[in-house]
Write a protein that binds this ligand. Structure first.
Ligand code: GN1
Ligand code: MG
Length: 361
């Protein structure tokens, strides 16, 4: 167990630490809320241990985050926005002037906790539209970044690569779980070629990569108490990717009637009203920079992300749960089934999704 207080001492801005509480929502990094007190005033911070098995170049990742947050900060200042510290994350510097601390075992970082912010598990159509606007703005703000960002996880949203990883896991069958999931593997393989549309367009030079968030699930954004999006968090995967990563991945979590790991498949359906509201908000900001091909592919991206996530969870299950944090033995299998069910639900309504996007153009 790391000595958290000792780690925090390397971030001089932090006052006297009163309490440290684990936060258990993310599947990758370890996160804590830190309560400090200075002259009776309580200030909170977020301490994170960055998963170095997942992110192989943490200094490069932190550099991405510094570039992105300062770019956004500048844009907000130019727009004359107030209260900017609540709208973009601010990371503390260590005594060596870095945005992360290496304790010879792990990498750590600290950001300021945004007071009065909360995460949401569910949205109304109204708040989905506001989130859409926010994401359109987020991408628009980043669309003129000139500094090159690294791919913090190479091929992160590359469907061909994710399927290759599944094939490898099937071949190895490292922990003897394959016999129980053969039908799932067959189901996934049946649509594999179809679902690699983005990589094909990219190879043909018809699709470009832009700076995207790449992890737009609902619990990666902070809301104020009246339901307005304050700030987009979890910036580890901000990197060049296909623009619809953010569109499809958001709806994967926000339009699902159940949670990502719901064991009862009958509870999983896709909320079209959330799709419509989000698409409307997103489009109002993003239409200025999206290409016709990107727009045409938006409905497919809604199917792509539950499909990709089903593949990734199943791969991890076959590999013996080496990537995602799990709470019980079959957790990754349950997650994979739930995501595949959502994928099937989306496929059924693809014509409606397409005609709605057409109507927005
Ligand atoms: C992981 O870190 P967290 O929990 O926000 C994963 C995402 C998946 C998500 C599934 C770096 O996100 O890609 O969509 O779990 N992040 C990484 O819930 O693999
Ligand atoms: Mg994440």
């Amino acid at each position: 167990m790391n000595d958290l207080k000792e780690i925090l001492r390397h971030f001089p801005e932090i006052g006297e630490v009163k309490m440290i509480d684990p936060i258990s929502t993310g599947l990758i990094n370890r996160t804590y809320k830190v309560y400090t007190a200075e002259k009776e005033k309580i200030r909170c911070y977020v301490l994170q241990c960055i998963n170095k098995a997942v992110f192989h170049d943490v200094p490069g990742l932190q550099r991405n985050i510094e570039l992105v947050t300062s770019h956004i900060r500048r844009k907000l200042e130019d727009k004359g926005e107030e209260d900017i510290d609540r709208k973009v994350l601010r990371f503390l510097k260590t005594d060596k002037g870095l945005s992360y601390y290496w304790d010879k075992t792990d990498y750590w970082r600290v950001s300021v906790f945004i007071e009065g912010s909360e995460t949401r598990d569910e949205l109304t159509s109204h708040s989905a539209e506001l989130v859409g606007i926010k994401f359109g703005e987020f991408e628009a703000m980043l669309s003129d970044m000139v500094e090159p960002l690294i791919e913090t996880i190479p091929d992160f949203h590359n469907m061909e690569f994710r399927l290759a990883q599944l094939r490898e896991a099937v071949e190895k069958d490292a922990v003897g779980r394959l016999s129980g999931v053969r039908t799932m593997v067959d189901d996934i393989n049946r649509d594999a070629e179809d679902m690699c549309f983005a990589e094909r367009y990219y190879r043909e030079g018809k699709l470009l990569k832009r700076v995207c968030h790449c992890d737009t699930k609902l619990n990666n954004m902070l809301f104020d108490r009246s339901g307005n999006v304050l700030c987009i968090i979890d910036l580890d995967t901000v990197m060049p990717s296909f623009v619809f990563s953010d569109f499809g991945d958001f709806l994967r979590s926000a339009a699902n009637t159940a949670s990502e790991d719901e064991p009862d498949l009958s509870k999983i359906t896709f909320r079209q009203e959330i799709f419509k509201a989000f698409a409307k908000g997103y489009f109002s900001k993003a239409k200025s920079f999206l290409t016709p091909i990107e727009i045409g592919l938006l409905p497919f991206s809604v199917a792509l992300f539950p499909y990709m996530q089903a593949v990734r969870f199943l791969t991890d299950y076959l590999n013996g749960d080496v990537y995602y944090r799990i709470d019980y033995v079959e957790h990754n299998l349950v997650r994979s089934r739930a995501q595949y069910k959502l994928y099937e639900e989306v496929r059924k309504i693809m014509p409606q999704l397409k005609s709605y996007i057409d109507s927005l153009c």
